[in-house]
Design a protein around this ligand. Structure first.
Ligand code: MG
Length: 269
């Protein structure tokens, strides 16, 4: 099931997006979104007798992280290599503030402090329950679903600062969307789902989740052994190789097989 958050101009609502996706991760022209009563993460799935054509609504970030977005660095061997590093012996964690989150179609703001703004297409895990010290074999119990992220990074600031807070923490540096898919499970990602990033239509990243060094259950276990996870918190699972710069005016799309596609445009801040 694909759960979206959307607006028709009024207060945001949640809804279920119907129909199949095409080979580009796009829904059919006649797809609709059936409105839900409240936030399904808290009240369950209560369908209302109200629907809109998907084309007539504006999708918003499908989740507003309650407290944090936890990023994982260098979780694909080829990306670690292109960064001039080895893969870490345990997951490398960092935090993006929840104020960095924006939705599909929202602008990514190019800050004046950087001159090397990079895209990083990633699978994102959405946590559904308060949890701590989750064993890997119970990770699926605390996962609400999966969405797509762009872990936007000011690469020059990441290098000069020696840590990630500023480089990955600007407003708009965490596009999420277009919806949360609740029907996938960690095994699907071990088998492999294609992760692609397109810049103005040209493919720049083309990886597979099968190449993750630490799989989704391991990441949930590792992060929750450090900090309590709250409903709506998000874990970014790392990016494949092929990261690169974006310029003002560029359109960047991250597509994950079976999940959909997340598109944003870069604007000057
Ligand atoms: Mg990343």
């Amino acid at each position: 099931m694909r759960i979206a958050r959307f607006t028709t101009g009024d207060e945001p609502s949640y809804g279920v997006v119907t129909g199949d996706l095409d080979e580009f991760g796009q829904p059919a022209d006649d797809a609709v979104v059936v409105t839900l009563a409240g936030d399904p993460m808290y009240v369950g799935l209560k369908l209302l007798e109200q629907e809109h054509r998907l084309a007539d609504v504006r999708l918003l970030a499908p989740v507003l992280p309650r407290s944090k977005v936890v990023g994982i660095g260098r979780n694909y061997r080829a990306h670690a290599a292109e960064m001039g590093s080895e893969v870490p012996s345990e997951p490398l964690m960092f935090i993006k503030p929840n104020t960095s989150v924006v939705g599909p179609g929202d602008p990514v703001h190019y800050p004046p402090q950087t001159s090397d703004l990079h895209f990083e297409g990633e699978l994102a895990v959405v946590i559904g329950r308060i949890c701590r010290d989750v064993p890997p074999e119970q990770a699926t119990d605390v996962i609400f679903g999966y969405t797509i992220a762009n872990d936007v990074t000011a690469r020059d600031l990441q290098r000069s600062d020696g840590q990630f807070t500023r480089a990955k923490g600007f407003d708009s540096f965490c596009p999420l969307g277009p919806w949360i898919e609740t029907d996938l499970d960690p095994h699907d990602f071990v088998e492999g789902r294609r992760v692609q990033t397109f810049l103005n239509g040209d493919v720049k990243q083309d990886g597979s989740t099968t190449d993750m060094v630490f799989d989704v259950p391991s990441l949930v276990a590792h992060v929750s052994s450090v900090m309590t996870l709250l409903p709506g918190d998000v874990i970014l699972t790392g990016t494949p190789d092929g990261v690169g710069p974006m310029e003002v005016g560029d359109e960047v799309e991250v597509a994950i097989e079976g999940l959909g596609a997340l598109t944003n445009t870069v604007v000057a801040r």
